[in-house]
Write a protein that binds this ligand. Structure first.
Ligand code: OSB
Ligand code: MG
Length: 367
């Protein structure tokens, strides 16, 4: 398929809540959105790089530069046989995985649309609905945390994840577990602890958490393996897993028993699926993480999560939780804790040009 045109937008959408993690806080979602056009079809990709290099080294600016200078020229000059061919051609470009993933996602959506099959099926998905969890930012107080959990339990979410950091951990988990003895509960530290906190972290073992996500620094696989020996709560890795090589190392070291897969963090659908398969061989359950995506990114996450290996609830919640209005219709919304997988061709949701016009801050076209 020959890509005739690429349109790169910078988009800004206000979030309905302030999202605080151990590494920062945001109430405005800013992202790059790519539209690829070929023969009357369009493929959309959303980049999860944030404004600052805090979750990952990439930023909106860095991703934009790499996309324009190195990645778009690869697809604009060629007749691509498959999205996987892009991965091969882009392999000489190191890192910059979120930039690559935006193009991978747009290409898969475009190929699925042209084939007339839903993206989920094009990716090998087998489910028609996926289990939804929710990721709750760090609240100011214990009381606010419990109230926020109640709201989301009442909405039917099938797993609650609490962001934690030193000084806002045991108190929140103790109160939430007391109020919700049966809820599937996890915590995510985004790397805020060190191995010297092992005794403190092991106090979380009393609360029956499904797992603790990324407790230590993203480069500390050996320390995660050591921590795993000192606590009974399973460790799930997020930031540490950028490739199938890293997940292989993590599993061999005993650094994790659960894996969070984000297509942006690993550079595209091909690598995401390789990681899922490596985990399945090792008996390691995986789930799909989120990056506060708008409708395009959410549709890609839903499609990926429909694959058989995604056996735990993901961070995939209703679009209306995040935004007053979204850039796609119909909205991707959960019903009693389950998200339906769109069944139409391609992305399975339509991009709303009217909303896009309101939220686009800059636009560039490439031919
Ligand atoms: O660690 O999973 C994370 C959002 C931004 C950066 C990192 C993370 C998150 C989330 C949000 O947890 C999940 C969602 O999209 O709701
Ligand atoms: Mg995480």
């Amino acid at each position: 398929m020959r890509i005739e045109e690429a349109i790169l937008r910078r988009v800004e959408m206000p979030l309905k809540f302030r999202f605080r993690t151990s590494f920062g806080e945001t109430s405005l979602k800013k992202f790059l959105l790519l539209e690829l056009r070929s023969g009357g079809n369009a493929g959309w990709g959303e980049c999860v790089a944030e404004e600052g290099p805090f979750y990952s080294p990439e930023t909106i600016e860095s991703a934009s530069a790499v996309v324009r200078q190195f990645l778009l020229p690869i697809i604009l000059e060629r007749d691509l046989a498959s999205p996987a061919e892009f991965e091969t051609l882009a392999a000489p470009v190191r890192g910059n995985r979120m930039a690559k993933a935006m193009i991978s996602c747009a290409l898969h959506a475009l190929f699925a649309e042209r084939e007339g099959v839903p993206l989920a099926r094009h990716l090998g998905g087998i489910r028609d609905r996926i289990e939804s969890g929710v990721s709750l930012g760090i609240s100011r107080t214990v009381k606010e945390t419990v109230a926020n959990v109640k709201k989301h339990v009442d909405e039917g979410y099938r797993r609650i994840k609490l962001k934690i950091e030193p000084g806002a951990d045991l108190d929140r988990v103790t109160a939430v577990r007391k109020a919700f003895p049966e809820t599937v509960l996890t915590v995510d530290a985004n790397g805020a602890y060190t191995l010297s906190d092992a005794a403190h972290l092991s106090k979380l073992d009393a609360f029956g958490l499904d797992y603790i996500e990324q407790p230590l620094h993203h480069e500390d696989l050996a320390d995660h393996a050591e921590l795993a020996k000192r606590m009974s709560t399973p460790i799930c890795l997020d930031e540490s897993i950028r490739s199938v090589r890293e997940v292989d190392l993590a599993i061999r070291l005993g650094a994790c028993r659960v894996v969070n897969i984000k297509v942006g963090r690993v550079g595209g659908f091909e690598e995401a699926i390789r990681i899922e398969e490596r985990c399945r061989q090792a008996g390691v359950p995986v789930w799909c993480g989120g990056m506060l995506e708008a409708g395009v990114g959410r549709a890609h996450n839903v499609a990926l999560s429909s694959r058989a290996g995604f056996v735990k609830p993901g961070d995939i919640s209703s679009a209306s939780r995040y935004f007053e209005e979204d850039i796609v219709e119909p909205l991707l919304e959960t019903r009693e804790g389950w998200m339906p997988v769109p069944s139409g061709p391609g992305l399975g949701v339509q991009v709303r040009r009217d909303v896009l016009g309101r939220v686009t801050r800059a636009i560039e076209e490439f031919r």
